[in-house]
Write a protein that binds this ligand. Sequence first.
Ligand code: ATP
Ligand code: MG
Length: 398
Amino acid sequence: MAANEIILAKYGEIALKGLNKKTFEDILMKNLRRRLRKAGSFSVTKAQSTIYIEPREDGQDIDEALECVKKVFGIAAICRAKACEKNFEAIAELAKTYLADQLLCANTFKVTAKRADKAFPMKSPEICMELGAALLDEFPNLTVDVHDPEVTVTVEIRDTHAYIHGESIKGAGGLPVGSSGKALLLLSGGIDSPVAGYRMARRGVHISAIHYVSPPYTSERARLKVEALCQKMTAYCGNIAFFCVPFTEIQEEIKRNCPEEYFTIIMRRLMMRIAVNIATEDKCSALVTGESIGQVASQTMEGLTCTDAVCSIPVMRPLIALDKTEIVETSREIDTFDISTLPYEDCCTVFTPRHPKVRPHLEDIEKAEANFDFTPLIEKAVAETEMKVFKMGEEVIL
Ligand code: ATP
Ligand code: MG
């Protein structure tokens, strides 16, 4: 790998932003710089809706940098490029050598040119024609196809250098994390909630996570599994504040004081009340769950109505209309699936009613809860909540 290989990243939706585009760009640049620290020493600069990621010194690992950039939300396309002097001979020579592998295997190609530096003596169509001819000479296997080429050779004439690149790859899409505020994700050890967090982060939401544990019904290993999931999510979500709530006493009081058929829904309402408290403390403006309509008894319209009724902030459910197979697909893509399917218990499965009420009525639930004042226990659980921060780039502990 030659020292002058760089990465070009193009933004997606940010390009459509109007007056506040700069705010989004600044967050994206900050996120990129932070992510790339792990890969080595790279400079990150932008010009004309393109971000330039260049090694500051020799010996930097471009492959690793590319892996980091692929996970940064807000970027639509990424490509590796090489820089050369701004003269046609240097450009033609570089295109022939740098893209030889791609061009040798293809039948059709085209050249596109972008001339940001208008002082460059050749205009874009002329660059395309001349470079096309030079490549046809060099690679007799090729013919030009301007409509549907197998390889597109792109030349960009910028301020200091010319850049050559071939095909680009898809970026992570979405908006930069932090550009859409902060939300608190209810993170279980299951498949769904990490995917829900990923989805929200992809829309620019900075994620904090809350997890409820019920020792001795749930084990230390079950908690570690969730922490490992949280750590995994940092690759996409950035640093995550993780709140671990002791939930045993509340669950025992539900069991002691409420009708069995309502256990789950009442438990979920109490989870929500605690989450709203922590969200307020952590300056999160919404809750996020991995619920999907119809998946289990508590995820019916009526069930969701009952849980929403105790929330004074919005509850976002990015998976609401997804099938399990679609959720599983994403969890494999983001590499949480293997951790999620480890067989540890969750507090939701402690005291599960044999016949949960599938279509609960809010008045009945409120009546069933009225036998016991949960407020002091909620305050106690919030006070005893432990917080730690998971940071990008650290090892997954499991
Ligand atoms: P998942 O696969 O994410 O566990 P699930 O299909 O098992 O979801 P439920 O167990 O009913 O569904 O939980 C629904 C949602 O409630 C989860 O997606 C998650 O947001 C939240 N949740 C469940 N258990 C916990 C927990 N112990 N701590 C924090 N949030 C939880
Ligand atoms: Mg679960």
